[in-house]
Design a protein around this ligand. Structure first.
Ligand SMILES: [Zn+2]
Length: 109
């Protein structure tokens, strides 16, 4: 049983116009809180931020969250996926840079 958001009348059939005041509740599917690019950006930033806060645990938790929400929050999960990939690339790049510095340093000594 749903209640009319406009007048508080009890709706016998959810998703239909209110018989009391004529208010028509918008179906949830057409209601978009944010555009796709914003959700992707937000997911991306979530992945980056969680990595900065929890360097190892953050990405692991996010990977689990990614798989649990990717069906419901497709765009947000996609942004998180991009963020996690960026983090992995940066970490691998950092490790490669460390190795390069160690090797170039060992040549000098
Ligand atoms: Zn109503």
């Amino acid at each position: 049983m749903e209640i009319c958001k406009n007048c508080g009348y009890s709706l016998e059939q959810p998703g239909t116009a209110c018989p009391n005041c004529g208010y028509y509740p918008k179906p949830p599917k057409t209601r978009k809180s944010l555009p796709d690019w914003a959700l992707i950006l937000f997911g991306f930033l979530t992945a980056i931020a969680s990595t900065l806060i929890l360097p190892i645990l953050g990405p692991l938790i996010l990977t689990a969250v990614y798989y649990s929400i990717k069906d419901k929050q497709e765009m947000y999960a996609r942004g998180m996926g991009y963020g996690l990939l960026t983090v992995v690339v940066l970490i691998l790049g950092g490790i490669a840079l460390c190795f390069a510095m160690v090797f170039s340093g060992s040549f000098k000594f």
